[in-house]
Design a protein around this ligand. Sequence first.
Ligand code: PLP
Ligand code: COI
Length: 364
Amino acid sequence: MHLRRPALVERTEIATFEQNQNLCTMESFDWKNLSFGYIRTDANVRCYFKDGKWGDLEVTDSEYIQLHMAATCLHYGQEAFEGLKAFRGKDNRIRIFRMKENAARMHNTALGIKMAPVPAERFMEAVKTAVRKNERFVPPHGTGASLYIRPLLIGSGPEVGVKPAKEYMFMVFVTPVGPYFKEGFKPVDVMVCRGYDRAAPLGTGCYKVGGNYAASLTSLELAHNSGFSTTLYLDPKEKKYIDEAGPANFFGIKNNRFITPASKSILPSITNMSLQQLCRDMGMEVESRPVPIDELSTFEEVGACGTAAVITPIRKIVDPDTNAIYGYCSDGKPGPVSTKLYQRLNAIQTGDEPDVHGWVDILD
Ligand code: PLP
Ligand code: COI
């Protein structure tokens, strides 16, 4: 056994939610001004893979894990994560958005970097348990905040040679969040990044692995230091096409069409997939194809989409290497299609609109 499981204690010495928030109660908590950060919640869920099989789910209140120093996640990047959200409806019921898709994507990622995949049923049970155990942290309806759910899968078994671990650990923690970009549903400025790639042409860009995010940190800091909210990555092979907008997919709107990059080095976004369906529902055409950077000048609206980013409209894209500047939202407001998509997505997630596509799991 290489992992010692944390004791199931009632409370530890670490600050509780109320202490973290200067002793305010859940009722008086300023949900509307939550940022996208970590707040300690009551419990998280864990599951261990050993001797070729997954064990039972365990619930703990410890925020820490004990890990072998030779664990493959630490040395060889055997690490995958997911991101999804739970919402509170007007009816006070809690809705989890498209968790089956996240289970499938993590399964695919696990296969991509030779980890033991978590069976979808266990993934979903762990997510539901983590949410149930932290129900009081699901923000009230109408605040714009949600409960962010972070499943995490790591190679925990020790290896020194480069090879997959024999043991794995799967965890799910949750934390209440506000908008990822501090502007919320307001247009942001984005910088084209030619000097760095987040993924290689035939690399791990289509998997949700930590290494892609490590590879993005320098360019992200460059963008932030230059006053931009995030980076726009180009395809790593030719630098001709748009890949991703930081930790989100990219989309453009023109002539009643939703256009989004098809690329082997981007993450298949569940939000993007949902927006494509909503566009079809609204009678729009959807194009998933390579999007040349030159096409930026032809879009009526552009934006980033993802679980954390939701829909983040883009006001300006600056390409420092060519001095090109692409401008949108001339009145300073998100465009009409982005606004409609944002509202419809949010309405389905919170239960304000019927879930006609079966995207939502309501917790009993
Ligand atoms: N692209 C990257 C690199 C991401 O990190 C994310 C976030 O998960 C997305 C796209 C959006 O994916 P999803 O909509 O499934 O959250
Ligand atoms: C998400 O949207 O869930 C992400 O994973 C993006 C980022 C916070 C890593």
